[in-house]
Design a protein around this ligand. Structure first.
Ligand SMILES: Cc1cc2nc3c(=O)[nH]c(=O)nc-3n(C[C@H](O)[C@H](O)[C@H](O)COP(=O)(O)OP(=O)(O)OC[C@H]3O[C@@H](n4cnc5c(N)ncnc54)[C@H](O)[C@@H]3O)c2cc1C
Ligand code: FES
Ligand code: FES
Length: 493
């Protein structure tokens, strides 16, 4: 058992044992290290001014991730190397190519957002990102600028990509050193830090997690902290004892198992994305719109379920895909259909000390068509007003054998439109079936009016999304679903 965390800030090793469970990386950098290059804008993961880059060893490979320092706790850096804008200049003192490109392409005015943009860009190029403006937009969707405008910033990014292909950069040169350093930080120890500020437990395995949580049911589980971080920065909550999910190595499993995809509780959206792209290709464009690159780099798939938000994007998607939730309390394990986890607003089928070990998404059959639609005021980096995920299976006789129509934003919990599903079962996938489902869905929900949409808007859009699903998947007149190659480009253009 270790009683301190250790990580590198730039080239300097830090071993820290006397820290609060809620000390954020941003506050530590600015207030305790005097490194004020990393800015504080919103303090809730939205603006990207606080973007930093963490480097970790994952399965022997270096991963370079941009994350929001304002909603990452310092203890989450255990085993990592952290780079901020202060660490970018070349050994000869000249600017990093990304910084130089921002100067050359006039990518900065007041400069407040600039360190965050630069760090997002540096992480993007370290991950092999190229000049494609669409990919650059995705990489920068979590960075807001109020004065320059984005065109010069994207041009700077493209310019930097060209320069780095030609010249490389000092992070590439230092890769072997970073691997050696980070390897030396890896061990199989759990960490327990108890101080006057509170307690921090980083279990090395799910077995340790299960037993610590059993003894401390009042503790707060923290995975990527993209929700929990806001409890601290916005609701000023104290967290006397935190237990890390992501420190448990075996919870990082992401694998194709017999009949489906297993996603362990520590797997982030960024890590899961390639597997989800294969497994649920029709949902990929929606998954890419969950938060921003920085958020997806930290946010776990299971944390998206654990928070049980009625407007989370993952739950409807995985419910439509017939996902099984794996829960564990001590040595006792159970499995439930994901939809049964959500009982009512703020209440889940989870016992004290019970945690999510992972989810299992069954392979989709060849007879199933699926689509997912996220409706939000902004395209990127916005919480959904409505999230819908639909899957229907059609038998050889052309009738619908299974319908799973799952929604977020329509009720206090993510849930299925059972009456609309019933209206579809046994029918051909044709216009009368669509009309019956459209009528039924209005009785499925009594949505709320809030800042994201009125009750009328939500009801209308939920029915219209069914029409969109029909238009994208039905072969008019045949009653058969259509698998149209390239539909994704059409529907997400
Ligand atoms: C700027 C921003 C944008 C966002 N945009 C979106 C969006 O577009 N769509 C969307 O759906 N969400 C969005 N979110 C919300 C959030 O990112 C997701 O819900 C995320 O997946 C949560 O995962 P996490 O690992 O960060 O969870 P954490 O914050 O670590 O935990 C969330 C909750 O789940 C519990 N928990 C975590 N792991 C487990 C476990 N293994 N077992 C039991 N309980 C557990 C925690 O105790 C906590 O209650 C956004 C958040 C931010 C800050
Ligand atoms: S300060 Fe805005 S994302 Fe962190
Ligand atoms: S340059 Fe002023 S906020 Fe971006």
């Amino acid at each position: 058992m270790r009683h301190h965390i250790r990580f590198y800030l730039g080239q300097t090793l830090h071993e820290v044992s006397d820290i609060s469970p809620t000390l954020t990386v941003l506050d530590w950098l600015r207030e305790q290290q005097g490194q004020t290059g990393t800015k504080e804008g919103c303090n809730e993961g939205d603006c990207g001014a606080c973007t930093i880059m963490t480097v970790r060893l994952e399965s022997g490979q270096l991963t370079w991730r941009s994350v929001n320092a304002c909603i990452q706790f310092l203890w989450m850096l255990d085993g990592a190397q952290l780079f901020t804008v202060e660490h970018l200049q070349n050994p000869d003192g000249s600017l990093h190519p990304v910084q130089q490109a921002m100067v050359d392409m006039h990518g900065s005015q007041c400069g407040f957002c600039t360190p965050g943009f630069v760090m997002s860009m540096v992480a993007y190029v370290q991950n092999g990102g190229g000049e494609d403006p669409k990919a650059i937009n995705t990489a920068l969707a979590g960075n807001l600028c109020r004065c320059t405008g984005y065109a010069p910033i994207v041009r700077a990014m493209q310019h930097a990509c060209r320069i780095m292909v030609e010249q490389g950069n000092h992070f590439d040169v230092a890769k072997q050193n970073i691997i050696l350093r980070l390897s030396a930080l890896q061990d199989d120890s759990s960490v327990d830090i108890q101080s006057h500020c509170g307690r921090i437990t980083l279990p090395a395995s799910s077995n340790v997690l299960a037993s610590v949580y059993l003894e401390n049911p009042q503790a707060t589980l923290v995975a990527g902290a993209t929700d929990v971080g806001l409890w601290v920065t916005k609701h000023l909550r104290d967290l006397p004892h935190v237990i890390s999910v992501r420190s448990a190595k075996d919870l990082h499993k992401l694998e194709q198992r017999d009949g489906g995809l297993w996603i362990g509780a520590a797997v982030t959206y960024t890590q899961a994305m390639p597997a989800l792209a294969t497994h649920l290709p029709d949902a990929l464009e929606t998954i890419k719109r969950i938060g921003s690159t920085q958020v997806r780099n930290a946010a776990t798939v299971c944390g998206n379920i654990g928070n049980a938000s009625p407007i989370g994007d993952g739950p409807p998607l995985f419910m439509a895909a017939n996902t099984i939730l794996h829960l564990r309390q001590g040595h006792i394990r159970r499995q439930i259909p994901l939809e049964n986890y959500f009982l009512e607003y703020g209440k889940q089928d989870r016992q004290p000390s019970e945690f999510i070990e992972g989810i299992f998404i069954p392979d989709q059959s060849a007879q199933t068509v699926m689509r997912a639609y996220k409706v939000s005021k902004r395209f990127n980096q916005d919480i959904s007003a409505i999230m819908a995920a639909f899957a229907i299976s059609v038998g050889t006789d052309g009738t619908i054998t299974q319908a799973r129509l799952a929604f977020g934003g329509m009720a206090g919990i993510p849930c299925r439109a059972k009456m609309a599903e019933k209206a579809l079962l046994g029918q051909k996938w044709d216009t009368p079936a669509l009309e019956a489902a459209r009528t039924a869905i209005l009785n499925d929900f009594t949505p709320l009016t809030d800042m994201r949409g009125s009750a009328w808007y939500r009801s209308t859009v939920s029915a219209n999304l069914l029409t969109r699903f029909f238009e994208e998947t039905a072969q008019h007149g045949s009653g058969q679903p259509l698998r149209l190659e390239g539909w994704r480009e059409i529907s997400h253009a």
